[in-house]
Design a protein around this ligand. Sequence first.
Ligand code: 2M8
Length: 430
Amino acid sequence: DAPVRAVISPSASLDRAARRVLAANWRRGATVPAGGLYPHQWSWDSAFIALGLRHFSPVRAQRELESLFGAQWTDGRVPHIVFDPLVPADAYFPGPAFWRSADVAGAPGVPTSGIVQPPAHALAAWETFRAAPAVARSRRFLERLYPRLVAWHDFLLTARDLRGRGLVSVVHPWESGMDNSPAWDVPLSRVVPLPPAELARRDLAHAAAAERPTDTDYGRYIRLARDYRDSGYRETPGFAVEDPLCNALLAAGEHALASIAAEIGLDPARHLARAQQVTDALMAELWDVTAGTFFAYDVVGDAVLRSYSIAGLLPVVVPDLPVATDLVKTALGDRFRLADACPVPSYDLTAADHEAGRYWRGPGWINTSWLFWYGLRLHGETGLADDLRDRLLARVRTAGFREYLDPLTGAGFGTDDFSWTAALTLDLIR
Ligand code: 2M8
């Protein structure tokens, strides 16, 4: 399928343009994030994509999540990439030949990666159900997905509770979804990068080098992934961090699982108890009252990572979080400038190493901004939420469905026709 460049003019509505992007990126049961740069199915992308699809094609939204969970491993992990066997092997690096999932007992028939991504899926499944309950009931959508979502959260809270404090660790920067976040600089500095000659980067054919991670970053990503793979995807390599965003999505996801359980006639109590446990652990281990944010924890280095990233504000998506007001205050301060910067910057605007156009080191993203918007509404900050939504839509109208934007100028970066930008735009319009 040729990528469709969305032309947004006053005559073509944003809604129609967004649907066109999602139609062009649909591939026989799942949506690719972007045809050139990311030509397979990505885990948390599918959760965000379902949140948009549910408004005009609830069955497609359900299938998006079903196809992802169809590639779940028997240990419960949901791989971060499900490879499309029809796409040429060298279209994306590292591809199926690198991950070698076929060699692992318990991996599915379709080739996948072996690492994971943030658990946004239970929330997306519940919201997908809520958009069209009758269709979902007739397809037994929740009945079929629920045991898989439970196994996914079980995997995270057992295999990945590396410190035994009730929090999940990510063992690769790609698992955080915020690949080259400055928050990972210290733990990554211990990883010896592979030389550029051992990397076959394909991303630079689709996006400017200045907007992507560096070769040194990639050398470290590939070494970590290779070591994890060579342990049979069991032993965590020299990188493990407790990320506030992953843990917040898990807590919010357990609340969603409680709603799902009740809907299909099961007892929601264990999910509410788990949500509370993860929320308590977040507060006890990652909250910094003086800084007014959550910080990630470096499990290997046994130290707090005092880096102000948007991930530290995103526990605002957790119902009953006792510090939501503090997070909003931090967001309104100089580091994130919620009142005028848009999308919400991925990283501290006042930091010396903030880079307005380089991937997760500064630009604003629609998915993390959507999560902040969702959290604002959850905690009754309707005025701030409406204002953020209006400014996000204005940015997309001007820049198109870009991957990420300069939060101060609105300039677009990365790939165009990016699926979660289009999908979450559709959700924000409603
Ligand atoms: C980016 O990550 C992939 C690796 O997973 C890459 O750089 O190739 C991240 O922005 C991640 O959050 C996202 O899910 C993925 C696909 O959109 O791209």
